[in-house]
Write a protein that binds this ligand. Structure first.
Ligand SMILES: *Cc1c(COP(=O)(O)O)cnc(C)c1O
Length: 402
C-alpha cells in the first residue's frame, strides 16, 4: 500500500518547484509563486480522478473527516454511526466536534453491517460513516438506501481504499462526502495530508472556509477576506501538496502493481480448506492494498499469524489485538480519557463504550488476518511469499483437523 516505496524524481521535481519559489503556503503570495499552486492543482486532479465536483485538500485524513463532518453542520448531540473496526481517527473526528460516536458491528465485509446500522438509528442520528478498511468497501447500496429512508448523510472514509470503486464509481464519490488520507503509509502519500470530496456546493464552500479559520477566500488578499463563521487551521502546505501531485499521477500504476501482487497471493491460499476470503460486495472493486481472509476460528488465526511472523512473512496484521484499529483495546477512547474535561453536555450524551455487545465484530475480526500488499516486491519475492503463506496456512489447518 505505501506510496513512499516508489518515491523519486517526480516527487522531487514537484517539491523543487515550491522550494525555488519559496512560497510554502497554499494561499496568497501570488506574485512570488511563479505560477505554482500545488494544492489547487492537486484538488483539481483529485476531483477529476474521483469523479467529484469538488475536492478540498487538508492537513491529514483525520482533518478531512473532521472538516467533512463540520461542513455538514454536525455538532453537539448529533449521532454519527461508525464501525467497531476502523482507525481511531473516526472516533476522534466525531468527538472533536462534540458529536456522538455510535459504534456498530462489522460483518464479513470487515466494515459496517447494514442490518446493525438500521437498528442503531435514533432521532439524533445524522450521519452513517462506513470505513472502507484494508482496500475494500462496505455494502454501499444498502447503506445508501438506509440513508435515503431516514434522511441521513453518507460519509465514506476511503482513507485505506483510494482507487477502489463501487457500482462504477470511485470509492469516496458514492456518498454525500468522501475522505482520503495521504499520510506516510497510505497508497499515495503527501508525507502528511488528506482530502475530502463532494458534489454538494454548500459542503464544499463550508469545507474551504472551515479548514482555514473561516476565511471566505473572496478578498483580493487574505486581509480582505470575510469570515462567515469560525474555523480552524486544517491547511495543507504547498510542500506536502507537491508530493501528492506527483503521486496522484502514479496512482493507477500503483494500483495495477498491487492488483498483480494481490492476485498471486490470493490464488495461492484461497482454495485451502478452512480459508474464507473477506467478502467484497457485488459491484465492488478493491484497491488491492491488503489481502484479508478468515481462518476457521480465533485459535487458528492466532497460530497462522504467529507462524507467518516467525517465518519472515512480514506485514501480516492480526487486527483483533491491535489497540488503534479495533474497539477491544481502545481503552483511552472507551474511558474517554482526555487532557481537558469534555463538556458535560457531550459526556452525558455518550453511550457506555465499556459495556457494548461486540460479539458479532469479535466473531469476524477474531478470525481475520490481513496481509499488506507492497509495491516494491520483486516477482521472486511475491512467489516466495505465496509459497510460504500457502505452506503455513495448510499446515495449521491440517493440525486443527487432526
Ligand atoms: C489513516 C487513516 C485515517 C487518518 O488519516 P491520517 O492522515 O493519518 O490522519 C482515517 N481513517 C482511516 C481508515 C485510516 O486508515
Amino acid at each position: 500500500m505505501p506510496g513512499f516505496e516508489l518515491f523519486g524524481d517526480l516527487e522531487r521535481a514537484q517539491v523543487n518547484d515550491v522550494l525555488e519559489s519559496g512560497v510554502l503556503m497554499r494561499y496568497g503570495f501570488d506574485g512570488a509563486r511563479n505560477g505554482h499552486w500545488k494544492a489547487v492543482e492537486l484538488e483539481k486532479a483529485i476531483s477529476e480522478r474521483m469523479d467529484a465536483k469538488y475536492a478540498q485538500m487538508v492537513s491529514s485524513g483525520t482533518s478531512a473527516l473532521t472538516v467533512a463532518l463540520a461542513s455538514a453542520n454536525i455538532g453537539a448531540g448529533d449521532e454519527v454511526i461508525m464501525p467497531t473496526f476502523t482507525f481511531v481517527a473516526s472516533f476522534e473526528s466525531i468527538i472533536a466536534l462534540g458529536a456522538v460516536p455510535i459504534l456498530v458491528d462489522i460483518d464479513d465485509t470487515l466494515t459496517l453491517d447494514p442490518v446493525k446500522v438500521e437498528k442503531a438509528i435514533t432521532p439524533n442520528t445524522k450521519v452513517i460513516m462506513p470505513v472502507h478498511m484494508c482496500g475494500s468497501m462496505a455494502r454501499l447500496k444498502e447503506l445508501k438506501a438506509i440513508c435515503d429512508k431516514h434522511g441521513l448523510l453518507l460519509l465514506e472514509d476511503a482513507c485505506q481504499a483510494i482507487g477502489g470503486s463501487y457500482d462504477g464509481k470511485p470509492l469516496g464519490s458514492y456518498g454525500d462526502l468522501g475522505c482520503f488520507s495521504f499520510d506516510y503509509v497510505k497508497t499515495i502519500t503527501c508525507g502528511e495530508g488528506g482530502a475530502l470530496i463532494t458534489n454538494n456546493e454548500k459542503f464544499a464552500k463550508n469545507a474551504d472556509h472551515f479548514s482555514d479559520h473561516g476565511h471566505d477566500h473572496l478578498g483580493k488578499d487574505r486581509g480582505a477576506d470575510a469570515h462567515p463563521f469560525m474555523g480552524y487551521n486544517y491547511r495543507i502546505s504547498e510542500l506536502n501538496a507537491a508530493v501528492g501531485l506527483a503521486q496522484i499521477k502514479r496512482l493507477d500504476d500503483f494500483l495495477s502493481i498491487q492488483e498483480k501482487n494481490y492476485s498471486t497471493l490470493r490464488s495461492a491460499i484461497e482454495n485451502i480448506p478452512g480459508v474464507q476470503m473477506r467478502t467484497v460486495p457485488e459491484q465492488g472493486v478493491e484497491n488491492y492494498s491488503f489481502l484479508s481472509f478468515f481462518m476457521p476460528d480465533e485459535q487458528t488465526a492466532r497460530e497462522v499469524h504467529k507462524k507467518l511472523g516467525e517465518n519472515g512473512v512480514d506485514g501480516c496484521f492480526y487486527w483483533f489485538d491491535n489497540n488503534w484499529h479495533y474497539i477491544k483495546k481502545w481503552d483511552h477512547l472507551k474511558d474517554l480519557t482526555s487532557l481537558g474535561k469534555l463538556p458535560e453536555e457531550v459526556r452525558k450524551g455518550l453511550p457506555d463504550y465499556n459495556n457494548m455487545d461486540t460479539s458479532q465484530s469479535d466473531h469476524w475480526l477474531g478470525r481475520t488476518i490481513s496481509v499488506l500488499i507492497k509495491l516494491g516486491w520483486s516477482e521472486q519475492e511475491v512467489h516466495d511469499r505465496a509459497k510460504k503463506m500457502s505452506d503455513i496456512i495448510s499446515s495449521v489447518t491440517v493440525e486443527v483437523a487432526d
